[in-house]
Design a protein around this ligand. Sequence first.
Ligand code: EPU
Length: 341
Amino acid sequence: MKPVTLRRDVDLAPLSTFRLPARARELVILEHPEQLESLPPTDLPLLVLGDGSNTVFMGDWPGRILLNRLGGMRVEPLDDNTSRVDAGAGENWHRLVRTCIDRGLHGLENLVMIPGSVGAAPMQNIGAYGVELSDVLESVRAWDWQTAEMLELSRDDCALGYRDSRFKTTDRGRFLITGISMRLDHEFRPRADYQSLARALTHRRLSKPTPRQLAATVMRLRRHRLPDPARLANAGSFFKNPVVETAVARDLLKEFPALPHWPGDNQRVKLAAGWMIERLGFRGYRIGDAGVYQHHALVLVNHGQATAADLKVLIDKVRQAIRREYGVTLEPEPLLIEPDF
Ligand code: EPU
């Protein structure tokens, strides 16, 4: 078996799509699950990184980064209607979605073009345009650092919620996700309820879209509203949409009837943070090179030379303004790695 690649004093900017300046003490590139049993020993803290689209380095990382490049994809028909798709955590999510569409496996069309790796998908239960990974996920394979063994966790064991899972919360740092299994349909049943998607389909006169047409419509929406990390550094939505009690939502909606909202978990209400931020005039606002994206206020961007200090000031300004105006606290969506973490 090939030994892992180990590098020291590594520049992290190219490994994170927000591209803040930062360095890691060590970087290990993991390409085969068997390598987990013979990693060079270390007492350094560990951090697993996939494509870096949901991790923002607010300073140097004093430990080891494990770059998850575990590849592979396998399709196994389960019955006439469904197939199981196994994919390595280091595969690119978008490429996997496209491969599934090409092979006539359905359920992922709305999740096309989400940046990041397959392993990051269950971490935060990725979702877009009315579909979440939890709709199709069967299980997650993971290496348990505590017991040094490989486990298979069922979907229910993953405690998936809105941009949430046990991998981010109760068991943060305990597992390294090595792969996922999904159950996909042979028959295509488009999910087109999400308002902006429904509107775009109507606009394109696609009342019965094919899988490719649905995916293409989602891609157009994303291109239109969200910055391409290859051109303008960003980490997608920077804040979660806040989920509040019904009574709180009722009061807010009395005052701001146009505030977009959806049913949230546990009979609570999810509010559109992008709308709230835009309404306070933040679109295009900048602190140095850290800014609020011009076309979508929930996305923060690095115009080139942003520093962690710029970004911190920007985050605080936005959060304070939202708290003052709406009495709601915004939580960051990506993982922010603080230097004294
Ligand atoms: N809106 C505004 N102004 C803005 C941005 C949004 O008024 O500047 C309004 C929109 O017009 C719409 C509502 O807010 O009525 C919701 O906006 P959008 O459909 O763009 O979705 P979002 O809630 O801002 C979430 C996800 C996105 C995902 C979209 C589409 C979170 C944190 N973000 O954003 O996911 O692509 O829905 O499903 O839940 C990501 O997680 O990185 C991400 C991009």
